[in-house]
Design a protein around this ligand. Structure first.
Ligand code: HEM
Length: 247
């Protein structure tokens, strides 16, 4: 039989996966489920692209790293914009099915945690919120043990004559490259876009949480907004931010 669009994408399976828990179904729960599922798909693609970037960095491949970072920061922009859709959900509408989430929360998104880990933002205590023994848990443990994108970036800088060492040494090296190598400047700017995009997502998510549940605790059991604020301005590529006043 000829392959169809639906076969190729496994649409029958994909479209059977949106199952509201509210009974009778609350109209807006469908949006809530689809948006989260869409996020998980984007996270999956980001992980795929970041793994490639790691390989590119270790192998010293500049232009492939540039084009993949361009893609990654563009995905990040779409991911930030998707918050607009969730914000069409009013606090009362969200409250109508929130208790059906039980203790489920984005807090437990293993792919989001994996993204943080692969980038180099590693808070091992976050493993506490994952179920041990699951494939997701094992993936996270593996991510903690293997080099991050930040490590790969440092290896890449080393290939360009930047010695690994104290932060200041790396910063001086990045500054020199910024000023003397326009092709590397393009890469650094795209990495900064990506980093800013992740911080933008954190900000938009916090505002989304504030307007949806105010100061309530999260379904995941954290303090909610107070917890989220801790990583709000956390850069994943600190060297690129530290030198900007010297450019
Ligand atoms: C009405 C909408 C939403 C509310 C009220 C909400 C609420 C929260 C709260 C309170 C937390 C803190 C952890 C906890 O105690 O639960 C959290 C974490 C998180 N949420 Fe949401 N969220 C919403 C939408 C989303 C969406 C659309 C995503 C997309 C994937 C998402 C992903 C995450 C992630 C990844 C975390 C962990 C963040 C971190 O550890 O820094 N959330 N959310």
């Amino acid at each position: 039989m000829e392959l169809t669009y639906s076969d190729y994408l496994h649409l029958d399976e994909l479209l059977a996966l949106q199952r509201p828990r509210s009974d009778p179904p609350e109209h807006d729960e469908t949006l809530f489920i689809i948006v989260h599922q869409a996020y998980e798909l984007w996270f999956k693609l980001l992980l795929h692209e970041l793994d490639k970037i790691k390989d590119d960095f270790f192998a010293g491949r500049l232009y492939p790293a540039i084009s993949t970072f361009k893609r990654a920061r563009t995905i990040m922009k779409v991911v930030v914009e998707q918050v607009d859709i969730v914000e069409t959900l009013t606090p009362m509408s969200f409250a109508s099915f929130r208790d059906r989430l039980d203790r489920a929360s984005g807090f437990q998104s293993s792919q989001f945690r994996e993204l943080e880990f692969v980038l180099g933002y590693q808070r091992p205590d976050m493993l506490r919120y994952q179920r041990p023994g699951t494939p997701a848990y094992e993936r996270l443990e593996r991510r903690l043990a293997e080099p991050s994108v930040l490590d790969a970036f440092h290896a890449f800088l080393k290939l360009h004559g930047v010695p690994t060492g104290p932060d200041e040494t790396i910063e001086d090296g990045v500054l020199r490259l910024y000023k003397t190598q326009p092709n590397l400047e393009i890469l650094f700017e795209l990495m900064t876009d990506f980093d800013e995009g992740l911080q933008e997502w954190r900000y938009r998510h916090i505002k989304l949480v504030e307007r949806s549940i105010g100061s309530k605790r999260g379904t995941g059991g954290s303090l909610g907004v107070e917890f989220l604020k801790k990583s709000l301005f956390h850069p994943v590529f600190p060297d690129l931010w530290a030198i900007r006043h010297r450019l």
